[in-house]
Design a protein around this ligand. Structure first.
Ligand code: C5P
Length: 267
């Protein structure tokens, strides 16, 4: 693909499907989780950061990317109308290439994997590149999103942003309840990466992975893992420290600090 094509949204060539060409890039945002680790309160994606719901930050982060022309938000199944209302109340800035009509809301499922599958089912035929982005990573910078899209458009079927792991990691026999856990191994830290989202995919590859790979229990927490299990190559590109996942109350404090710094810097 030429630099010229990369600079224009939705113009890179994609495989022809049933008389159409899959040229568009869409983002699916699974946002149907309860977020119990964050403590009691509203579903995680609806909690405020800097006065704005986390989900709205996540939608804006996707819409800021050069190529994204459609965002599919997967809402808690019992509150899709409420999420639609919330997004309508926080329209995208005029500078975003995605217009208000291009943010679609669909109800999610009991596991993250179900929610992503339901989001993929809502994509129009002309979408060729799909990002899957956790609402719980609302502050991912646009450059990271653009880098993921560029790597998919350059030919990688699956692309994951990730960072080296700062801690040494131990593998254990899990016991729970604060009981001492026997250590079974210490992986070589230089070969480990902590993965983030958005993960980017060739749409057909991701759809096939979701159709063919079934996971027990809580389902897949990582879409790239499904593609790995199909036997297709997955590559890692540099992630960003501000793409951290908001899981525990301390993460909210960090996110507020990042937003204050961005407001000062005019981000
Ligand atoms: O629980 P966890 O933090 O791993 O969730 C990751 C993302 O998946 C969150 O954005 C959450 O809202 C979403 N999710 C979902 N449907 C579920 C469970 C989680 O969309 N049933």
């Amino acid at each position: 693909m030429s630099d010229d094509q990369a600079a224009r949204p939705g113009t890179a060539p994609g495989p022809a499907v049933a008389g159409t060409t899959r040229t568009r890039t869409a983002a699916v945002i699974p946002a149907a989780g309860r977020g119990v680790r964050l403590g009691p309160g509203a579903p995680k994606a609806l909690r405020a950061l800097g006065g704005t719901p986390m989900l709205v930050h996540a939608v804006r982060a996707m819409a800021r990317a050069r190529d994204v022309t459609l965002v599919v938000v997967v809402a808690p199944p019992d509150d899709a109308a409420g999420v639609r209302h919330l997004l309508d109340a926080h329209p995208l800035p005029a500078s975003a290439p995605v217009g208000a009509a291009d943010v679609v809301v669909v109800p999610g499922g009991p596991t993250r994997q179900d929610s992503v599958r339901l989001g993929l089912a809502a994509l129009p035929e002309d979408v060729g590149v799909v990002l899957v982005h956790d609402a719980a990573r609302p502050l991912v910078p646009a450059d990271t999103v653009d880098a993921v899209i560029a790597a998919v458009r350059a030919g990688a079927p699956a692309v994951v942003p990730a960072l080296p792991v700062p801690d040494t990691v131990k593998q254990v026999e899990p016991r729970g309840g604060g009981e001492p856990e026997p250590v079974t191994g210490t992986p070589d830290r230089s070969r480990l990466r902590a993965v983030q989202t958005p993960q980017g995919f060739d749409r057909a590859v991701l759809a096939e992975a979701h159709e063919r790979i079934a996971c027990e229990g809580e389902g897949a927490t990582d879409d790239a893992g499904l593609v790995e299990r199909l036997g297709k190559p997955v590559v890692v590109v540099p992630g960003h420290e501000e793409a951290f996942k908001i899981t525990r109350p301390l993460d909210l404090v960090l996110a507020e600090a990042v937003l204050r710094r961005r407001a000062k810097d005019g981000y």
